[in-house]
Design a protein around this ligand. Structure first.
Ligand SMILES: Cc1cc2nc3c(=O)[nH]c(=O)nc-3n(C[C@H](O)[C@H](O)[C@H](O)COP(=O)(O)OP(=O)(O)OC[C@H]3O[C@@H](n4cnc5c(N)ncnc54)[C@H](O)[C@@H]3O)c2cc1C
Length: 362
């Protein structure tokens, strides 16, 4: 089996294939702007506005994380960074908070992984996340988790290697019998394309794939001397958010720049947008050190849902892409589903709704 791309999607697919005993080569061309290396790392589908099949997939994927972490530990990988830390939807508007509470409570009744839902007044919210603006109340969801995409990807790749997978650096192209990597032919029973926002160009000879890069700029801050280890994820009612990691680190993101192409730069307007939102929600960050701004290209599909499964007319060529803003949540589980399909097995849940055929125009 060949897996093209070793972001979170390719790494998860390769690991699940290798764990099932398949011979796997995972290839990556190390393009600047890998989404996985920039992703914030929020796993909290119950507070999102996602609905229908996509929500159910994200919720199932969130529930799968602890199981996957345990499997990785069996394969010697204990440094995954995954941690259930809780999350807060924050707002100064009572109606918005009531809405968020209703949504989270309804979902938590069906999904035990969501944990407990409770309303916090502004003082209680600031106790958990001290830089927060004093007027913001919160709905706290105890099951929300964070993950460092870089570390989780490395853990998956290391565990895949323990199970015999080979990781190559190089640019892959598709061939009738598998792929060519920097000119070298590689034969395979099946190829999984997990090339993120670059999947469209890879598949261009076969189909028009409606996946395009959506640039995200995201900033990392340090609060010297402050222990941020247990701070929850902060989710305002917008696409911007804050989360903390151990090491006095706070992350604020992110821009969503549709039509960005593969322009891998921190822009003045992008940086301003991130800073304005972060400081409006958490003015206590004003004196933090701005450490770095990361840039990644979300693989955004035309309808916002992932593409999982075989390419129409090419049963041995499968996709694991189109994860948009939710790949760190969804792709570790989606990788197990696509691995099952590549091996001719029944996946744990039906993925028909995510079939790539819905976009294939030739
Ligand atoms: C700023 C930002 C914040 C985010 N926050 C979150 C979040 O909080 N929660 C969440 O769930 N998701 C989040 N996401 C989304 C998530 O990061 C992505 O959906 C996910 O990382 C996509 O992973 P991927 O493996 O599909 O693609 P990528 O990580 O982009 O990996 C694709 C890989 O394919 C390789 N490749 C491409 N072409 C070829 C080729 N021809 N040959 C070989 N290799 C090739 C590339 O080099 C790259 O390494 C965020 C994304 C961004 C940018």
């Amino acid at each position: 089996m060949i897996v093209i791309g070793s972001g979170i999607a390719g790494a998860a697919t390769a690991y699940h294939l290798a764990r099932r005993g398949a011979e796997v080569v995972v290839v990556d061309s190390e393009r600047p702007g890998m989404a996985t290396a920039a992703g914030a790392g929020i796993v909290s589908p119950w507070t999102s506005r996602r609905s229908g099949a996509e929500y159910r997939l994200a919720a199932r994927a969130a529930a799968y994380y602890p199981e996957l972490v345990a499997r990785l530990a069996e394969d010697g990988q204990r440094d995954t960074s995954y941690e259930v830390i809780g999350g807060m939807v924050v707002s100064a508007d009572e109606d918005e908070l009531a809405d968020a509470r209703r949504r989270a409570e309804t979902r938590a009744q069906r999904e035990p992984t969501a944990g407990e839902v409770r309303r916090l007044d502004p003082a209680q919210a600031r106790e958990l996340f001290p830089p927060l603006a004093p007027e913001l109340g919160a709905v706290h969801v105890s099951g929300a988790a964070r993950v460092d995409g870089r570390r989780f990807r490395e853990a998956l790749l290391a565990a895949a290697a323990v199970r015999g997978a080979e990781h190559r650096t190089g640019r892959a192209e598709l061939t009738g019998r598998g792929a060519r990597v920097d000119g070298d032919p590689l034969d395979a029973d099946a190829v999984v394309v997990a090339a993120g926002a670059w999947s469209t160009e890879l598949l261009a000879p076969l189909i028009d794939l409606e996946v395009s890069p959506q640039r995200g700029q995201i900033s990392h801050f340090e609060l010297p001397g402050i222990d941020t280890t247990r701070w929850p994820v902060v989710l305002p009612v917008s696409s911007h958010y804050l989360l903390a990691f151990p090491g006095s680190r706070v992350v604020a993101g992110a821009t969503r720049e549709t039509g960005s192409g593969f322009d891998h730069r921190v822009t003045a307007a992008g940086q301003r947008e991130v800073l304005e939102h972060a400081l409006a929600v958490a003015p206590g960050l004003a004196d933090a050190t701005l450490l770095e701004t990361r840039v990644g290209f979300r693989p955004a599909s035309a309808d916002g849902a992932p593409l999982l499964g075989p390419v129409p007319g090419h049963p041995r060529l499968l996709l694991a892409t189109g994860f948009g803003p939710a790949g760190l949540n969804i792709a570790p589980y989606a990788g197990s589903l696509v691995a099952a399909l590549a091996l001719g097995e029944e996946p744990a849940i039906a993925v028909d709704e995510f079939g790539p055929g819905r976009f294939a125009t030739r």
